[in-house]
Design a protein around this ligand. Structure first.
Ligand SMILES: [Zn+2]
Length: 254
């Protein structure tokens, strides 16, 4: 177990006051490793909370660079870091908030065995990416390594949140069961369709909350269901997820 220093006890005191977390929970967070794919709008919000909350090791992967059009919602980046790689910009910001945790920027696209290796090392993976091919690669790596996956998406005024827990995979399935790769699901990139600024924060913060609860072994109704957030109505709706036995990623039937 991670020994808490006096500075840790002070920094995380408002967590330690919570019976559901306490010292043992904070030690568990500090001993954990989270992989985040994407440091855009979702990743910005999620990373700020995960780092502040004391996730001991945070790996942030993004091959994109900070652009002026990002600053309307990607609150981890700043005007002074335009042109920086997003993973490196995010880590620079997080170091200012919490220099006591391990922060690793991967400023390139993670694919194949490199992706599998990083997913294997992680206790929880956050999919904060913005395209289906990446989402399916992350899902396949999470299923292969039995790593919990917290998936988020946001475009226009519509947000989505789903938590895929290996413990319930046999009944609730994986990301591919929900959005088959061969389907015509297109999540519109924000560059084409626009996105409401705080929407990415609502979804990204929800991803951070679900990731922390997984690490703390706290229960959540969000596992095994898809939450859809309507940013105009300000309303969440939920559908339960079901495993597809013929799913090529997690299925048991050919
Ligand atoms: Zn599946």
């Amino acid at each position: 177990m991670v020994e808490l220093s006096d500075r840790d006890l002070s920094r995380y005191s408002r967590h330690i006051l919570l019976d559901e977390i306490d010292i043992a929970g904070q030690q568990a967070l500090l001993a954990s490793r989270v992989l985040m794919i994407g440091a855009g709008g979702l990743g910005a919000a999620a990373a700020l909370y995960l780092a502040a909350a004391g996730v001991g090791s945070l790996v942030i992967c993004d091959d994109d660079s900070v652009d002026l059009t990002n600053l309307q919602r990607q609150i981890i980046h700043q005007q002074s870091r335009l042109g920086w790689n997003k993973a490196e910009s995010a880590v620079a910001q997080l170091r200012d908030i919490n220099p006591d945790i391990s922060l690793l920027a991967l400023p390139h696209r993670l694919e194949g065995s490199a992706l599998l290796e990083q997913v294997q090392l992680a206790d929880v993976v956050l999919d904060c990416s913005d395209n289906f091919p990446t989402r399916h690669q992350i899902n396949a790596a999470c299923v292969a390594t039995k790593t919990p996956l917290v998936s988020g998406a946001a475009v226009r005024f519509h947000g989505q949140l789903a938590v895929f827990d290996p413990a319930s995979q046999a009944t609730t399935g994986c990301y591919h069961c929900l959005f088959p790769a061969e389907g015509d699901n297109q999540d519109g990139p924000c560059a084409l369709f626009g996105v409401f600024s705080p929407l990415v924060g609502i979804i990204g913060c929800s991803q951070a909350a679900e990731a922390l609860k997984l690490l703390l072994h706290l229960p959540s109704k969000q596992r095994g269901r898809l939450g859809r957030y309507d940013g105009i109505a300000g309303e969440w709706r939920y559908v339960n997820l079901h495993a597809d036995p013929t799913c090529p990623v997690c299925g048991t039937k050919p």
